[in-house]
Design a protein around this ligand. Structure first.
Ligand SMILES: [Zn+2]
Length: 202
């Protein structure tokens, strides 16, 4: 495999990218200046160097501290925990400006074909909930904020079941209201839609 094929096969692993698009990315880089290629290579390396994963919410963040700014903040509402599929969904909720609680990034949604959950951080979520309960006794509600599609619904059902098995009757488990139209990704929803989905949760 030469350098062109190798890079193309790497791009093919990107979400939503097929062989033809991967090939076009490589052609673009071949036509680009050495400076552009260097900047891209250095940015990729900087991800490993500068970005950490928060040991509490599992999101990626830039910084030296052990936990991210959201988890470390004293002004966040400790009675609420939103479980999201991805960092992008967390960013969308955060950008809406209406949610002030904590987060947990599950790392994806359930694959309907296999129903396997080993890719997802379900066990870590349960540990995190127990941990929050022992540190802040006021955790009252876990909001399952998954995409409004069959995978998101199946993930919510599974996670809800696991949380209820913790036998913590004081924790309420809710899902977002359907202000989000079916099939829509949280990531692409506008702030108003997210706000109404949050207000309509049950
Ligand atoms: Zn965090």
């Amino acid at each position: 495999m030469d350098a062109i094929e190798r890079l193309a096969s790497l791009f093919e692993h990107f979400p939503g990218i097929g062989p033809r698009q991967a090939e076009r990315f490589v052609q673009f880089l071949l036509r680009s200046s050495p400076g552009v290629r260097r900047e891209l290579a250095e940015s990729v390396q900087a991800l490993a160097r500068d970005i950490r994963q928060c040991s509490e919410c599992m999101r990626f963040y830039s910084g030296e501290s052990k936990t991210c700014g959201i988890c470390a903040s004293a002004s966040r509402d400790k009675s609420l925990l939103a479980v999201v599929a991805s960092d992008a969904d967390l960013a969308a909720l955060e950008k809406s400006g209406t949610y002030r609680g904590g987060y947990f990034v599950l790392g994806g949604t359930l694959d309907l074909a296999s129903e396997k959950t080993d890719r997802l951080r379900v066990k870590q979520l349960l540990t995190h909930i127990n941990d929050l309960r022992s540190r802040y006794t006021d955790l009252k509600e876990v909001i399952l904020a998954f995409p409004a599609n069959p995978e998101g619904d199946a993930t919510a059902a599974k996670v809800r079941e696991e949380i209820l098995d913790l036998r913590n009757p004081n924790i309420k488990v809710t899902t977002l209201g359907r202000g989000l139209s079916t099939g829509s990704e949280l990531e692409y929803a506008d702030p108003e839609t997210i706000k109404s989905a949050l207000e309509g949760r049950r």
